[in-house]
Design a protein around this ligand. Structure first.
Ligand SMILES: *[C@@H]1O[C@H](CO)[C@@H](O)[C@H](O)[C@H]1NC(C)=O
Ligand SMILES: *[C@@H]1O[C@H](CO)[C@@H](O)[C@H](O)[C@H]1NC(C)=O
Ligand SMILES: *[C@@H]1O[C@H](CO)[C@@H](O)[C@H](O)[C@H]1NC(C)=O
Length: 363
């Protein structure tokens, strides 16, 4: 009897949980991308259960494609690292465990997948001030297996206790944020810096993963969760020690609230800000502040200047810069456009017709 009661209570509880989770699918954007509510009031294990369930098949397909590199990294990890020091109480780890349960994969595999995107993604990000003073942030995200990755892309609307905090295009199975907009406050994106040059660099990064340092995509998520304004985001993005360097691109609502923060692991290398004459900034995957501006950087700059300050709009930056080769290329997955002041948000899945390798994706 006791056992039966317990089972019944458990069943009712599960049903309630499932219903709660199903309430998280909020339909599709006008561009056809699924939208999910991610509720930060839930236990970490439960937050990504519905998206992992919804996208289970294509996520596992993508995992298969990455299998070799993931198992190699996991073997390395087991050989050299003291797994006991893994923080079992770490919130991100608990989110990953919840995802791994749904996918029938080990937490290690899901963890490695989360780190792969960290170490080797390419991108173009642009911030621009329009003639009316409103700021735009646009980005292309480029990565391996773009077609398979498009199938697991959704828009996450992150809530805490019924309050919408921010939205972000997400990849099912991953908990980090690469692009996002905090309601009425700021928008940001990450571009990868110093893509892995050698396995030793890759392995050194793996070592850092277990030393308690932050993933850059987790730092951006924390900033989107916790910061109410541009200044908070601007200072937090510069301080935390990271697993790998990166470029953090940030735009507020208006005026000169825009910056590209070039990060190395332990601190900030360089900050480029908008000012009265510098009305836009482009960032790809090189240190532009150090004079390195290969083809994707050059073309984006040329095209933005051809449009001109007076004529700049979200639409012409998207159509005439980001959706043009080489900024749009064989690795491109999505293009996102934000205008914080007007709450404009648009993400489209993209495919290049010109598949020529720009040549600056892996330098
Ligand atoms: C990816 O999808 C695009 C558009 O559907 C298609 O043209 C292209 O051939 C696909 N690429 C691969 C490698 O399958
Ligand atoms: C704006 O920034 C650029 C460098 O990004 C600098 O050369 C220029 O002097 C600055 N202009 C003003 C008005 O501060
Ligand atoms: C803005 O664009 C229009 C048409 O696209 C063009 O005729 C005009 O000269 C442009 N204005 C400036 C200031 O470049």
């Amino acid at each position: 009897m006791k056992y039966f009661q317990k089972a019944l209570i458990l069943a009712i509880f599960n049903l309630a949980l499932i219903q709660k989770l199903q309430a998280q699918h909020l339909g599709k954007t006008p561009e056809g991308i699924n939208i999910f509510k991610i509720d930060l009031s839930l236990d970490p294990e439960d937050r990504f259960v519905e998206t992992a369930t919804f996208f289970k098949e294509p996520v596992i397909e993508l995992f298969q494609l990455y299998k070799d590199v993931i198992s190699e990294a996991i073997n390395y990890m087991f050989k050299f690292l003291d797994l006991i020091t893994w923080s079992r109480f770490n919130e991100r780890m608990q989110e990953i465990e919840g995802i791994a349960d749904v996918l029938d994969l080990s937490s290690n595999q899901v963890m490695m997948m989360n780190f792969l995107y960290e170490l080797d993604a390419y991108c173009t990000s642009i911030i621009a001030r329009q003639d009316n003073g409103n700021l735009l942030l646009l980005r292309n995200l480029d990565f391996y297996f773009p077609n398979e990755t498009k199938k697991i892309t959704y828009i996450g609307k992150f809530y805490r206790a019924e309050k919408l905090l921010f939205e972000a295009p997400m990849f099912a199975g991953l908990v980090g944020v690469y692009t996002g907009m905090r309601e009425n406050a700021f928008a940001l994106s990450i571009n990868e810096r110093n893509p892995k040059k050698s396995d030793t660099g890759f392995m050194a990064n793996i070592g850092m993963m277990f030393s308690g340092f932050s993933q850059i995509s987790y730092l951006t998520r924390q900033v989107l969760q916790d910061c109410n304004d541009y200044n908070c985001a601007f200072s937090k993005l510069q301080t935390k020690t990271l697993i790998a360097g990166g470029y953090l691109i940030l735009a507020g609502k208006q005026g000169n609230e825009g910056a590209v923060i070039s990060r190395e692991r332990t601190g900030t290398l360089f900050v480029q800000k908008l000012n009265d004459t510098q009305w836009y900034l482009v960032q790809t995957n090189q240190d532009h502040f150090d004079g390195k501006c290969p083809i994707r950087c050059q073309k984006a700059n040329e095209r933005i200047q051809a449009i001109g300050h007076k004529n700049i709009t979200a639409e012409n930056l998207r159509q005439n810069v980001l959706l043009q080769w080489p900024n749009l290329n064989f690795m491109s997955i999505y293009t996102t456009t934000y205008e914080v002041a007007s709450k404009y948000s648009n993400t489209i899945l993209v495919s290049a017709t010109n598949l020529e390798d720009p040549g600056d994706l892996d330098t």
